[in-house]
Design a protein around this ligand. Structure first.
Ligand code: CUA
Length: 423
């Protein structure tokens, strides 16, 4: 093999990697901002193009001058050829101060205009959405409509949306690359952001937290769904209604016994399961984005820890589950509209939790296995989560102890059956 083949092979490998990177950049990236679905992203996109073009011109010009100087004034044996020294040349100094100033002015004017426009007042017909960041999940409130939900944002196509951005704890940043953002959620103030999903169809988008906010910053995700105005109205009517399921047993009858030493008051209820009543009839019409229409990049892929097992064949009793949820420790953190006492706002509102496609801050699909595992040991599934470990015999990574009391798998099945009835 010739001695020079190694550098040549290295160069070939470098070229391959560079081409692959280039092609990857050209591929349709679903989480890119360059899809022009809102005026926000169109403005940012045109600003980006302007910057790229100006930057390219400056880069090509300066590199050409550099290469010219390298070649023209290179050292050659026997040739003494220093270039003319220009230090102190006033005309040149003025010229190369003025040119960057002009370039910066060309950039600054549209940039400042875009910043003011996207931070300014939203159109008067805008839909108001309050975004509240929590470690580590998203609360979405529609104050005009009386809807409170979590981690899933529904937006009607064609109507401006005025987001009021707040945080419950630390700094977060709201970003749906395909639609708009990012903008920070800052303590003691409300930031605003508005855009109109005017060039989109019924689609699902990934949303992210874009400001480091602690242990599970990377696990603070959400989904945004653009739907037709009719579907949105139907969704609002459904989300605004009370819990879809209540059993007769919700009346204060048999008080569940509290197992001593249960963490933070988690109860191990020993109530005889009443006959499961028929769930309240569900409202007809659009309730949620169709699960089978979720594009693959919006379906969570986070694995469940291998040692967190659950038998999905267990059949739960929703009435028993309701008792466990509405009389147990869940009451300290969660709200369920229509259930007396369940009004806490520390964790996500559970009124229509079964209508959501994801759980755990967008980290897991909302199916039986994931929901049951979450109830059993959320702390093993998502670092730092405030949700308690509830499964009997589970290792709690925060308390660093194995729980001798807690919910059995059958009781977890009951809780899941109840939660899944909350459509
Ligand atoms: Cu919230 Cu990062």
């Amino acid at each position: 093999m010739p001695a020079d083949s190694r550098p040549r092979r290295l160069a070939a490998a470098a070229l391959t990697v560079a081409l692959a990177a280039l092609l990857a950049g050209c591929a349709q990236n679903p989480n890119s901002i360059f899809h022009s679905r809102t005026e926000f992203n169109r403005e940012v996109g045109s600003l980006f193009k302007l910057l790229i073009w100006l930057g390219t011109i400056v880069f090509v010009f300066t590199e050409a001058m550099l290469v010219y100087a390298l070649v023209r004034f290179r050292s050659r044996p026997g040739v003494k050829h220093d270039p003319e020294q220009v230090h102190g040349n006033t005309k040149l100094e003025i010229l190369w101060t003025l040119i960057p100033a002009v370039v910066l002015a060309i950039i600054a004017v549209p940039t400042v205009r875009t910043i003011f426009r996207t931070q300014g007042d939203a159109p008067p017909n805008a839909l108001q959405v309050e975004v509240v960041g929590h470690q580590w999940w998203w609360e979405f409130r529609y104050p005009q409509l009386g809807v409170v939900t979590a981690n899933e944002l529904y937006l009607p196509i064609g109507r401006p949306v005025d987001f009021a951005l707040k945080t419950h704890d630390v700094l977060h940043s709201f970003w749906i690359p395909g639609l708009g953002g990012k903008r920070d959620l800052v303590n003691n103030r409300t930031n605003h952001l508005w855009f109109t999903p005017d060039s989109t169809t019924e689609e699902a988008f990934n949303g992210f937290c874009a400001e480091y906010c602690g242990t599970s910053h990377a696990n603070m995700r959400f989904r945004a769904f653009t739907v037709t105005p009719e579907e949105f109205d139907s969704w609002v009517a459904h989300q605004g209604s009370g819990a879809a399921y209540t059993s007769v047993s919700a009346a204060p009858a048999a008080a569940p016994t509290v197992a001593p030493g249960t963490p933070a008051g988690a109860r191990s209820a020993q109530v005889s399961p009443p006959a499961a009543p028929a769930p309240a009839p569900l409202q007809a019409g659009f309730v949620s984005f169709a699960r089978d229409r979720m594009p693959s990049h919006t379906i969570p892929q986070t694995p469940i820890p291998a040692n967190l097992t659950y038998d999905t064949a267990l059949v739960g009793n929703p009435a028993n589950g309701e008792m466990l949820v509405t009389r147990g420790s869940c009451i300290g953190c969660h709200a369920i509209k229509g259930v007396p006492g369940m009004v806490a706002e520390i964790g996500p509102n559970l009124t229509h939790v079964a209508s959501r496609l994801t759980i755990g801050g967008g980290l897991f699909p909302n199916d039986t296995r994931h929901l049951a595992s979450w109830v059993k040991n959320a702390r093993a599934m998502k670092p730092g989560v405030a949700m308690l470990t509830l499964g009997k015999g589970q290792y709690d990574p925060v308390l660093k102890t194995t729980l001798s009391v807690g919910l059995t798998d059958q009781q977890i099945a009951d809780v899941v059956a109840y939660l899944q009835s909350l459509k």
